[in-house]
Design a protein around this ligand. Structure first.
Ligand SMILES: C[S@@+](CC[C@H](N)C(=O)[O-])C[C@H]1O[C@@H](n2cnc3c(N)ncnc32)[C@H](O)[C@@H]1O
Length: 228
């Protein structure tokens, strides 16, 4: 993703009450950082935050943690969350069900302890890393999925969308089974399914406009099945 430098991004995030400046400090007590006890949904690589903003505004009963490497996109996400909550009639100066942070997802284990619990993990349009030598950096690679399942409680699900056929095929056929997940829903063409609750991300809108089929799956760690 190409982005112009935004000198305002870091200062604006530093002043934002729902931006976590030092995520390592919260290790072991993420849930207590929210005013309300609620299911926790984790979005990995949230980018500009359109998906997060829509979800958080529509679901005050869910606590969202969204992570990206880049301050530039997180600052845009911060503004989108505030705007979406304001549009939903909730006070934009008291965003209480979102935490944003800048962190490398490959080092998630340094900020989430074994005792942490998440109820859903979203991976939307992550980098496909097309060269075999780089596969290990894919956010759905086996070694990443094994990490996520440490924090996924009973009934928790991974929701994964991508435009990339090879990444989707490898995730479905190799990474998920190797990491002990069971796929509970899969489509190679999300828009043909016309799922009424689908919330498009910025990348999804771009790829869908180009006529590229959007691939989507939901999967659960085996042994944590919960209700259907
Ligand atoms: C292709 S964009 C997709 C953004 C958004 N999810 C969407 O669908 O529009 C991928 C995002 O993941 C972030 N990202 C990639 N690798 C990451 C990592 N290891 N840790 C944190 N963020 C990462 C990038 O900075 C980028 O914003």
């Amino acid at each position: 993703m190409r982005l112009r430098r935004k000198p305002w991004a870091r200062p604006e995030l530093a002043a934002c009450p729902f931006f976590v400046d030092d995520p390592q400090e919260l290790r072991g007590r993420w849930a207590s950082r929210f005013p309300r006890r609620a299911p926790v949904y984790l979005e990995l690589g949230c980018g500009k935050g359109g998906f997060l903003a829509h979800e958080a505004a529509c679901h005050p009963e869910v606590n969202y943690i969204a992570i990206d490497l880049k301050s530039e996109v997180l600052a845009l996400a911060k503004r989108k969350v505030e705007a979406a909550l304001a549009a939903a009639g909730r006070p934009a100066d008291r965003v209480d069900n979102v935490l944003l942070m800048s962190w490398d997802i490959e080092r998630l284990h340094l900020i989430f302890g074994e005792e942490e619990r998440v109820d859903r993990v979203y991976v939307n349009f992550c980098n496909p890393w097309p060269k075999p030598g780089d596969y290990k950096h894919r956010l759905t690679h086996t070694r990443q999925l094994i990490n996520y399942r440490r924090w996924m409680g009973e009934g928790a699900e991974l929701w994964f969308k991508t435009d990339d056929d090879a990444l989707f095929r490898d995730t479905l056929n190799q990474y998920l089974p190797q990491a002990g997940y069971r796929t509970v829903f899969v489509t190679w063409d999300l828009y043909r399914e016309q799922l009424p609750d689908n919330v498009p991300t910025e990348h999804e809108e771009m790829f869908a406009a180009q006529g590229i089929p959007i691939k989507f799956l939901r999967a659960r760690p085996e042994g944590r099945e919960g209700p259907p």
